[in-house]
Design a protein. Structure first.
Length: 275
């Protein structure tokens, strides 16, 4: 399989065409623990990138930096060629970066259309700020239809939906704005059956191919990655160890690589303890 260094060279060649996000030398430590150690990464417009690695590899920290929840200790972030430094989650959102975490952040008792506009409600009445439910219903129904999400009624509470439907609503809410550029998904297919997983996979493909949204997917199920990802990036112990187009590799090769990396870490750990 191709190493991160070789794939990075190919990415650099595309820098002037469709690059939307570039990370250079991202470092992050918590006390004496070095969580990220010089991460270089490129994301292209409309690309779906699978981000994988063992627990504690640094994936979640990298996502938090990209969403403005945490700041890198060192390194640079470029968005559409311009260097940025997010001061908060709202700042990252203002730049077009949205995230859907595993808990989905839906309010079970609220209607589907209210959840779709959660914290971004449309209002009328000036200072009174009355909810414009009629307009939100219209837009919610139209947007879900355009995305191919089949919901019998948008008046129903979110708790009445299946797991796949709830995930679809969370993704739809995050990508509803026209200025959404990058979408980060944390385990979007966790604990789903085949039919529900197919709904989310189709949704991801539609957003990337038809709307040009760039998507980073954190997933421990390698099979999923080869269903909708254009490229896979592996982070191990805070270091990017692999960056490969899925078309140029296979599920078996990726699994063999991950096993070999694990064995190498075990051997290194034993060697260090032996000194």
């Amino acid at each position: 399989m191709t190493t991160a260094t070789t794939s990075d060279s190919a990415a650099v060649e595309r820098h002037d065409t469709d690059e939307i996000l570039r990370l250079e030398g991202i470092h992050k430590s918590f006390g004496a623990v070095r969580v990220l150690q010089g991460i270089d990464m490129v994301l292209h417009r409309g690309e779906v990138l699978g981000l994988v690695g063992d627990n504690g590899a640094g994936k979640s920290t990298l996502v938090k930096i990209l969403t403005g929840f945490q700041r890198a200790d060192q390194g640079r972030i470029f968005l559409e060629g311009e260097q940025v430094r997010f001061s908060s989650v709202d700042d990252a959102r203002a730049h077009g970066i949205e995230t859907v975490y595993q808990d989905l952040a839906l309010i079970p008792q609220l209607s589907i259309f209210h959840n779709l506009f959660l914290n971004r409600e449309l209002t009328v009445g000036g200072r009174l700020g009355l909810l414009n439910n009629k307009r939100m219903r219209e837009l919610a129904r139209q947007y879900l239809t355009d995305m191919g999400v089949d919901i019998p009624t948008i008046e129903a509470p979110a708790q009445s939906l299946s797991g796949g439907q709830r995930q679809a609503i969370a993704v739809a809410r995050a990508s509803r704005r026209e200025d959404t550029k990058i979408l980060l998904l944390d385990e979007p297919l966790a604990a789903m059956g085949a039919r529900e997983a197919a709904l989310i996979i189709d949704l991801i493909k539609d957003l990337s191919r038809n709307r040009g949204v760039s998507i980073i997917v954190v997933d421990h199920n390698y099979t999923h990655l080869f269903e909708f990802c254009d490229r896979v990036t592996v982070i191990q112990q805070g270091v990017m160890t692999l960056d490969q187009r899925t078309a140029d590799t296979s599920l078996d090769e990726l699994m063999d690589y991950m096993v070999s990396q694990f064995r190498q870490q075990v051997a290194t750990g034993r060697a260090e303890r032996g000194h």
